[in-house]
Design a protein around this ligand. Structure first.
Ligand SMILES: NCc1[nH]cc(CCC(=O)O)c1CC(=O)O
Length: 293
């Protein structure tokens, strides 16, 4: 085995931090192995002035790293699972799922306040967050915001937003949890499929011991259920559909939100099942919710 594992990552501060988490885990779990991080700029990082929807969605953040994996310039790529396309590539599959960081969405309010002003201007480009936020605060006004976590914080202070919605996981990994003004429970605001989980992607057939030791079975089951739900409701990367699985022992409890693009209605529901049938639970809840509209 080669002595240094090359970990590919996007260049953003959060992506590098996530790669570092995986690097440390590899070196801790498999003594004798060293890992190094190789960063790359992706199309999604370069184009900041257009909405993701218009420029081609999630795939934009992974293409460059996919190529580096195929050309054996890196050994694994670390991604936020929620940024990965629902269709996995057979030649460069996800080989391990990290332990899940806090999956909740949170609100950062201007001046660090703990309540929102009336008719607050919320900076988000996520249809999932807009839909659920509107249910909780019907007088919200939404304005698009893009960029990494640091950019968004700066924009919150300087560009007239009252608040912005982010994932707790990213803020916690960046040691920025103190910026969080309000947490939404996963029932109030169902997270994006995979939120809080890191995916370790590699080449097919290279699933060796050091990779296997990175895998968290609970996260794997949750990921299978959540991502199967999104596939089965046909939620493209910009659809407001959402899914989150809680794991308790051998039971998986999946919450899903289905939005019907034709009627513009949405429904939420919960389905429980054994963790060994995670994908089936996702498929089944998707079917139930689709039929209910
Ligand atoms: N879309 C960007 C993105 N991708 C993953 C995270 C957070 C980390 C995670 O979910 O693991 C974020 C930032 C955010 O949505 O606030």
């Amino acid at each position: 085995m080669q002595s240094v594992i090359r970990i590919g990552s996007r260049e953003s501060v959060l992506a590098v931090k996530q790669a570092q988490i995986v690097k440390e885990l590899i070196e801790k779990e498999t003594p004798g192995i060293r890992a190094e991080i190789i960063t790359m700029k992706t199309a999604g990082d370069r184009i900041l002035d257009k909405s993701l929807e218009k420029i081609g969605g999630k795939g934009l953040f992974v293409k460059e790293l996919d190529r580096a994996l195929m050309e054996e310039k890196i050994d694994i790529a670390v991604h936020s699972l929620k940024d990965m396309p629902m269709e996995e590539r057979e030649d460069i599959p996800i080989l391990a799922y990290s332990r899940r960081e806090d999956p909740r969405d949170v609100l950062l309010i201007r001046n660090g306040d703990d309540i929102l002003p009336p008719a607050p201007v919320i900076g988000t480009s996520s249809r999932r967050r807009m839909l659920q936020m509107k249910q909780l605060y019907p007088d919200c006004i939404f304005r698009s915001i893009r960029g990494n976590v640091q950019t968004r914080l700066r924009k919150l202070k300087t560009e007239g937003y009252d608040a912005t919605l982010l994932a707790a996981a990213g803020l916690k990994r960046l040691d920025m949890a103190r910026e969080i003004c309000m947490y939404f429970s996963v029932e109030e605001m169902i997270p994006a499929a995979g939120q809080g989980i890191l995916a370790v992607q590699g080449r097919k057939g290279e699933n060796r011991g050091w990779i296997k030791r990175l895998d968290c079975p609970e996260s794997r089951a949750a990921a299978l259920a959540e991502r199967q739900f999104i596939r089965a409701v046909d939620g493209g990367c910009t659809s407001p559909c959402a899914a989150h699985a809680r794991i308790e022992g051998n039971e998986l409890k999946l919450s899903g939100l289905y939005y019907d693009e034709k009627t513009k209605q949405h429904v939420t529901g919960v389905l429980c099942g054994d963790i060994t049938r995670a994908a089936y639970v996702g498929e089944k809840l998707a079917q139930e919710l689709r039929q209910s509209i």
